[in-house]
Design a binder for this molecule. Sequence first.
Ligand code: BGC
Length: 903
Amino acid sequence: MFRSYSSLRILAVAALVAMPVVWAVPSARATEGPLAPVNLRCEYLHNPVGIDVRQPRFAWVDRHTERAQMQSAYQVLVATTPELLAQNKGDAWDSGKTASDDSTQVVYSGKALESDHSYWWKVRYWDKDGNASDYSHPASFDVALLARSEWKGQWIGGANLFRKEVTLNSKVVRARAYVAALGYYELRINGEKIGHNVLDPAWTTYSARVLYSTYDITSHLRAGKNAFGAMIGGGWALLGAGEVPAPYKQPALMLQVNIELADGKTVQVESDNSWKVTQGPIVSDSVWDGEVYDARRELPGWDSPGFDDSAWSAAEILEGSKGILSAQMMPPIRDVDTIIPVALTNPRPGVYVYDLGQNFSGWVDLHVSGPAGTQVQMRFSELLYDTGMINRENLRGAKSRDIYILRGEGEEHYHPRFTYHGFRYVEVTGYPGTPSLDSLHGHVVHTAVETTGSFVASKPLLNQIHKIIRWSDLTNMASVPTDCDQRNERQGWLGDSQTSAEGVMLNFDMAAFYTNFLRDMRDVQGPDGTLTDTVPHRYGSRPADPAWGTAFPLISWYLYQQNGDRRILEENYEGLKKYVEFLRTRAPDNVLRYSYYGDWVAVEKTPGELVSDFYYYYDALLLSKIAAVLGNSADAASYMQLATQIKDAFNHEFFNAKTGNYANGTQTANALPLFLDMVPPDRRGAVAANLNNDILYYHDTHVTTGFIGIRYLMPVLTQFHHSDLAYDLAVQTTFPSWGYMVAHGATTLWELWENKTGPSMNSHDHHMMGSVDAWFYEALGGINVDPDRPGYRHIRIEPQVTRDLTSVSATVGSVRGKVTSSWSHEPGVITLQVDVPVNATASVSVPEGDEMTDIAIHEGERSVWEKGHFVEGTPGVTAGKLDGKRVVFEVGSGHYAFRVTEE
Ligand code: BGC
């Protein structure tokens, strides 16, 4: 028996299926004071189906109609049925009224959660005055399989179509399917695809860990005969890439279905050799090369009951992976959007070229009718030749094409299942007749993360840059953050991900995605602490270039900063320590010199040793901070001491105190030590001046950095009061600049500052130069976490009002709720509107205009600053003080509208 049921629970579940659930709604919903929490999440996910965490964490967003409100206590109820929850009975966990201002990272502390069970939960909170909110709407989570022994399924293979029929003797009250694959799968039941995931499960280091998805299939099953079907493809399991050969010879499926029947019985269906297999219409599939699909080989009804599978063979039991099976706890890859082509040309007889108007990751959906056996080929490219033909020179070895062979009956629709392409243009050949603009549509495919941030400026170029960065970020989320989406690469290069991660987190809800990616990093970590350049490891080396391996500490730290996530630090601490200890073995004199890529794709080269050593310092510093957060004061002190030794050795090795330059004095060489405050204090000004001069006078307001340097250059300029210069770089339109890409029609960021199109390395969809988006949010928008009070417990709002910018509006969907900073500037008047979520506080740094002398500041109708002094009495605004050409107000939660004018 894999589990036991109480008859009570079955009755309750049966009742749930039989009638629509009426959630108990409190009679009079409060409209004032503390409002019921919203945005309930469990392990960062909305109503997750399938988590394998024994003590999941809850988060919610408090709301209130008054300013300056805090949560003083919460009560979480977790119930085993929705009915019990509706009666306010937390039979699994009732936290009681718990004095705490935590509205995120709240750890489940009830009865042991059971595998393959559903739970319902809700929360209410008390504000700082002791008033309670209503309970939130209910949310739910499903626990998947907590123990490996609960999996009865085996790894099976043998062909790419699988089926099995099962007869159920009574109605189904609850059913869950747990599905893992080495490669990709599509699960089908009774003729229908289950769920909306594509290219599932996420790519992992299969030998260490395979992820499985959980589906609620209750409504897909019925009393009587049911047919289970699966299609599988090779995905990354069959792709040899870079330095690593293909891990498997054939794709494999592992499945476990647990069904509860109305008669109280349970039925399990699992992958074993009772499944039948045959080769389906997918003739070949490869992530890089595309798919060949022969519709004549379709087997109508194969995934429905009653199909005659007597000619099919028995599935083979495979060794598969001996790795851990883990629940996939992050947004899946999905087909998230449709793109209608903008142009269709016919550059040569029989050759049709579609322009989708946007470079993206995904595939096309082809509509065609014609004789059976007609082969339509679609080839994908990011670029065109002047002749109008597609230019695929930068795809290197990737064939990137799909071939559809017609069935020959009526209108046929086809899109591939087990591949994706990075493209803007599609060349169609072999089309029977003349295709129209409507004969194909683009489908955007990537990890379906939620957009939580927004950035809009009065300067259209900045909005265009922001837009192409967002496209590059999204189209490089293929369950891991990839470098590119088109050529024979698409790897989780750590250097690329560490530079853009912070900007990505400000735009999208990334917590679950990066939590998984950090686990991927742990999976590749060697016993000696080493990491690999790509994760999972295919390309590049072990040990990773230090500017790549630093993704491990940096992304851990960003997640902690953004979400207040201590558990991520706890889970990774030993690994992080091993990593830094490995670096130490390579730096006997405290200088870490080994480097492969350094400031990659730079216009002016910086010595790789300087870049590596900078990250050695950064990693030791972060480890010390992380140890302090975790209360390990001995480690905190010893790694701080190590960091200080590294800093001294770094200055000794690379700094010329006389000239005020590091190494060869490139922008990167000087920006890096300025960013981490490594420069001897008396020479800080000199180094900053050198950096400024290099940009302004030697390079006519252009960057010369690669993608490492650019991550730090912009914030350093802002830190040293040169936001105007950073802004000039941001809106530059000649080479090298982001504006140069936009001016040349880029719809995603390029890999290189140069506009190259030949056979060399020049992807037109790389995200790492997009690190400037963090600067858009943090400097221009002005939204910053306070490093000492992470998770937006305290927020620093400090927008840079500069040059011809007349307005910026930025929003971040933080763990505590929406944070907004929206300002406008016209001569003599600056306005700044701010939203601070309940249960957070903020320091709002209101700038004066350069043209202003004596200023007055109002918030709404009330004066808050007059004749150089703070004016008390405005609700929520507790203090104000002068800070150079800015006034910093301390505020509580709520919406504020500041207005600065000449006195
Ligand atoms: C990738 C980069 C990556 C680099 C390492 C390239 O092929 O596309 O973005 O970081 O290799 O040098």
